[in-house]
Design a binder for this molecule. Structure first.
Ligand code: NAP
Length: 307
């Protein structure tokens, strides 16, 4: 690949440093041309503290990748699209569905690429799981997504503020996989959401969907972490473990290894392809389920949570 594209990365925080910067630097499609962050920087890369300053100073950068939390993201995405730049959104793609519809309209009007990424869909066993389930009837499915918020979001109070989504911040990853692999759509039929008494978003959620599909999300799990999706069909049982990285069929591991992180390189390869083709990719199905759970969910209150 010879035509590297320049990208500006916005929100130099945990995921930008852990995944976006290494993925961009390792890619032959991309050059990290600038960063925007109020305090974060990447050594050797031109940095700005506001998106407006970056857009004004660097009209040569055609792509903006937003690794901010969901609530502030819309204003940044709109500014980038208004300035004629293609935009890549971290998951969840925004704070509300209507925001993302507005961005879709704006991108379409401007003839720009908008990519709402779902990194878990790029986990290596997701595509083989989808292929195995194609044409099969699903008789039951269950998600168990239990992790330790203190380990994965140390001190990130925004996850417990309105729009931070609480346990749905990881749970939406499971839903992004489920909505990718199931052969037919499902819809939420009930939910119980557990809120710490001092917080605005749930720390645990139990969901029920049509088609005998259920989900158990919990952010209080210490010790071993669980990111499993189990699916039953008349032809046998499928399980995705380790967040979509390991595929089991009828109890036997058939592909994948734990801890292989090719997800962000795959997202940037997809963005390069979308930009070259002049296409967008915005699938809101995972976020519709979260919005429905917030709409239909029963509220339980549990002990206060502090980092
Ligand atoms: P983070 O470290 O708390 O935030 C990222 C950066 O965004 C911060 O360093 C901050 O940079 C900027 N920011 C935060 N609040 C802002 C605000 N109100 N206005 C403007 N800028 C603000 O969060 P993160 O863990 O990287 O998560 C960011 C996104 O990536 C989320 O949507 C999350 O779901 C997703 N994600 C996270 C992980 C993970 O393991 N953490 C994994 C996959 C995806 P400055 O203060 O320098 O401006």
């Amino acid at each position: 690949m010879t035509d590297r594209m320049q990208v500006a990365l916005v929100g130099i925080g945990k995921i930008a440093v852990d995944q976006h910067v290494p993925a961009i630097k390792a890619s032959t499609d991309w050059t990290l041309a600038a960063t925007v962050s109020r305090s974060g920087t990447v050594p050797g890369v031109e940095s700005f503290t506001t998106i407006e300053a970056m857009l004004a100073a660097r009209p040569d950068i055609p792509v903006v990748s937003l690794a901010l939390p969901p609530v502030p993201r819309f204003a940044y995405a709109k500014a980038a699209l208004d300035a004629g730049r293609h935009v890549m959104l971290e998951k969840p793609p925004g704070a509300t569905l209507a925001e993302i519809h507005a961005l879709q309209d704006l991108a379409a009007m401007q003839g720009l690429t908008l990519y709402a990424t779902w990194h878990s869909r790029m986990a290596q066993a997701v595509a083989p799981a989808k292929a195995w389930l194609q044409g099969k009837a699903v008789t039951r499915a269950h998600i168990t997504w239990r992790e330790d918020v203190r380990k994965w979001h140390p001190g990130q109070d925004w996850v417990f503020e309105p729009g931070g989504m609480g346990v749905f911040d990881p749970g939406i990853n499971a839903l992004s996989i489920l909505t990718e692999i199931l052969p037919a759509p499902i819809h939420l039929t009930g939910a119980t959401l557990t809120f710490p008494e001092n917080r605005q978003t749930p720390i645990a959620a139990a969901l029920a969907f049509s088609g005998n599909v259920t989900a158990d999300f919990d952010w209080r799990q210490e010790g071993p972490q669980t990111w499993d999706i189990e699916v039953e069909t008349p032809q046998g049982r499928l399980a995705l473990r380790m967040g979509g990285n390991v595929l089991e069929l009828n109890g036997k591991t058939v592909s994948g290894e734990a801890h292989i992180m090719g997800e962000y390189p795959a997202l940037y390869a997809r963005m390069a392809d979308l930009c070259r083709r002049g296409q967008s990719d915005v699938d809101l199905a995972p976020m519709v389920h979260v919005a429905d759970a917030m709409t239909l969910g029963r509220r339980d209150v549990t002990a206060a949570f502090n980092f």
